[in-house]
Design a binder for this molecule. Sequence first.
Ligand code: PEP
Ligand code: MN
Length: 351
Amino acid sequence: MIVVMKNGATDEQIRGVVDRVRELGLKPHVILGTERTVIAAIGDKRDEHRQSLESCPGVAEIIPILAPYKVASLEVRPERTVVRVGPLVLGNSHIGVIAGPCSVESEEQTLATARAVKASGAAALRGGAFKPRTSPYAFQGLKEDGLKILAAARAETGLPVVTEVITPADVEVVAAYADVLQIGARNMQNYRLLEEAGQAGKPVLLKRGPAASAEELLLAAEYILNTGNHDVILCERGIRTFETHTRFTLSLATVVWLHERTHLPVVVDPSHGTGHSVLVGRMAAAAVAAGADGLIVEVHPTPERALSDGFQSLTFEQFGELMALCRKIADALGRTIDPARQSACEPSLTQ
Ligand code: PEP
Ligand code: MN
């Protein structure tokens, strides 16, 4: 349930409610809004709890949370969460573009890509060092050496690094180098990993599982949010359907559906979502039109030589074209996509 404090409720009254919520065996999440403070009390709801909280000083009203996800819900936090990591801004009218190779293969490949995507307007660098591959015989990533290469690319370009962590045991080493921890589609429902990643103190980009519903995605996000980490980015990357002309079916309606239910930013991955480089640019533009808060795109200096996902990776030139197209859509909608134009925006609403 949500405890809505009165306008002008004091810090002491807020603390009093938080203490009472804990005494009742519920988990408090304090959301400081510009208008009023609300405290989400998460756990088994009972009528006695409601009555007990209603009589606390400073409380205006108690509202039950109807959605099965709680902290992620717009009911709990009507203001949109904006996730900011250096030049990467995701949310409100800002579209953050994360681009880079599927896998970190070498320093040369990663640095060349980082320079090129930055020059075209990307705000962050992606690249897998720990790779979850369908075949155990496929390239599994450079692991910590790959993380070091990503850190070198960040040092040179200033682009924050988004990279995947595939097991709880690796969270510490990945978080030591990464700016954003990516949870891959295969791991969306690996709940221990979600909790461990949430506790690392870095923003988490959570990809939708190929067979997961959007509601299951929100419930998975809840595991991260419940660690007290509010910097969660949702990612639509396509789901498995009977259709075979694309690698996955990119569900852009889900972007709109999510925005109607959650305050969390939503990023779209048109690379995995289509599996064909020729489809990526226009689906990226469609994602921007659908209101996506960001894009994550695979780019490689020589896609035909890539060790993973070359068929869906863009050349530097194609990525430049994608950015030009997305910029037109963003401009038409009064949104910004270039990091330089986002620097004057408001501070993060996350806490
Ligand atoms: C990736 O981003 O390289 C990746 C493995 O994506 P997904 O988890 O969506 O398959
Ligand atoms: Mn990939």
